[in-house]
Design a protein around this ligand. Structure first.
Ligand code: KG4
Ligand code: ZN
Length: 350
């Protein structure tokens, strides 16, 4: 079974084909970074136009990379939300049109479900598992019990982890997107202990019950620290120290919240294998990965993280989610709406 996936919910235009043997036959991702970098963030209108310009070429390229034609496909999956509505509409309408023209089943996929079930494509892991989803738009702890069966255990009360990376980086004068930039410059920090002592940053929610996050206090503290540095162009060493301290604070906050989630998970799923999956763009961060690995080790959880190329937004994850849904008969008709907000856990409000 071959499924074409389409992803256009943020600033990556992507088309991919995966098959039921868990092979990624093609996965073409075009990042609109350059278009948005001048604005220091994603501009919805610019994103929607860029998706429109690129998408049909990318679908053609995905087919040709996979050496397939439309007649080899068994279904079309497109992100139907959550995301920037203009972009979602471009991908959703394109997917519906192809499905209608070729008389194929259509699946409208929740972008977050794509992130959530990527490890079933890459590592063939079984339900249930604990999931930490950390991206530019979301920071959530979920339990994945099955396709379409997700429980939200924790979410951010303000900024997402990726947003905290991006906004902190901007304050430090680093380009967008800030996460990889912070990681890069933090690696040049000369004395880790001295850096964390020098920039003593708060860890919001640490020690509190539950699995919720908060990052806005950390971002404000970074702003205050930048303002306390000598005026004018920031020195590279100062930025390296502050970037290191910020990255460590974000990792420490995540570790604290994950410890609570693991305690909760162990008491609820005591007879199953313990598995943690981390996904989303921020999962590419090596400090965060290492921190999570050690929390897993301490709690006897197996650690899974998709390869970096499948952590960020991509259409392979949408195609795979579509494939799993199609196998369960969960298809959609042409009335499927584009949704700017669409919680994975329908009983939760986040
Ligand atoms: O999942 P994603 O590609 O897009 C969505 O937000 O859905 O995630 C993008 C986010 C950005 O905030 C970016 O700064 C962050 O992931 N990111 C990183 C790293 N690579 C990407 N954050 C920290 N360290 C990284 N290496
Ligand atoms: Zn995403």
């Amino acid at each position: 079974m071959n499924i074409l996936g389409i992803e256009t919910s943020c600033d990556e235009t992507s088309a991919a084909i995966v098959n039921s043997d868990r092979e990624i036959c093609s996965n073409i991702v075009f990042s609109q970074l350059e278009e948005h970098a001048v604005f220091g963030g994603v501009v919805p209108e610019v994103a929607a136009r860029a998706h429109m310009e690129k998408l049909d070429h990318m679908i053609r390229a995905a087919l040709s990379d996979a050496e397939l034609t439309f007649s080899d496909l068994d279904g079309i999956a497109a992100t139907a939300g959550p995301g920037l509505i203009g972009g979602v509409m471009v991908g959703l309408m394109t997917g519906k049109a192809i499905a209608a023209a070729h008389n194929l089943p259509f699946i409208g996929v929740n972008h977050m479900e794509g992130h959530a079930i990527t490890p079933r494509l890459t590592d063939n892991i079984e339900f249930p598992y604990l999931l930490l989803l950390v991206s530019g738009g979301h920071t959530q702890i979920l339990v994945c019990e099955g396709v379409d069966q997700y429980q939200l255990w924790g979410t951010t009360r303000d900024d997402a982890a990726g947003e905290c990376f991006d906004k902190s980086a901007k304050l430090m004068g680093l380009p967008y997107p800030g996460g990889p930039e912070i990681q890069k410059i933090a690696a040049t920090c000369k004395d880790f202990d001295a850096a964390t002592k020098r920039f003593n940053l708060p860890l919001p929610m640490k020690g509190r019950e539950g699995c919720d996050f908060s990052f806005s206090g950390l971002k404000t503290a970074v702003r205050n620290q930048v303002e306390n540095l000598p005026a004018g162009t920031l020195k590279r060493e100062d930025v390296a120290d502050l970037a290191f301290a910020t990255q460590k604070a974000i990792a420490d906050i995540i570790a604290d919240r994950m410890q609570n989630a693991m305690n909760q998970y162990k008491s609820k799923y005591d007879n199953t294998e313990l598995r943690l999956v981390v996904s989303g763009g921020v999962a590419a961060n090596t400090t965060i990965r290492e921190t999570l690995k050690s929390v897993c080790k301490k709690n006897q959880f197996q650690f899974y993280a998709p390869p970096t190329s499948l952590c960020g937004d991509n259409a392979a994850m949408i195609a795979w989610a579509g494939l799993e849904r199609l196998q369960l008969g969960l298809t959609n008709d042409m009335s499927m709406p584009a949704r700017p907000r669409w919680p994975l856990d329908q009983s939760a409000s986040a």
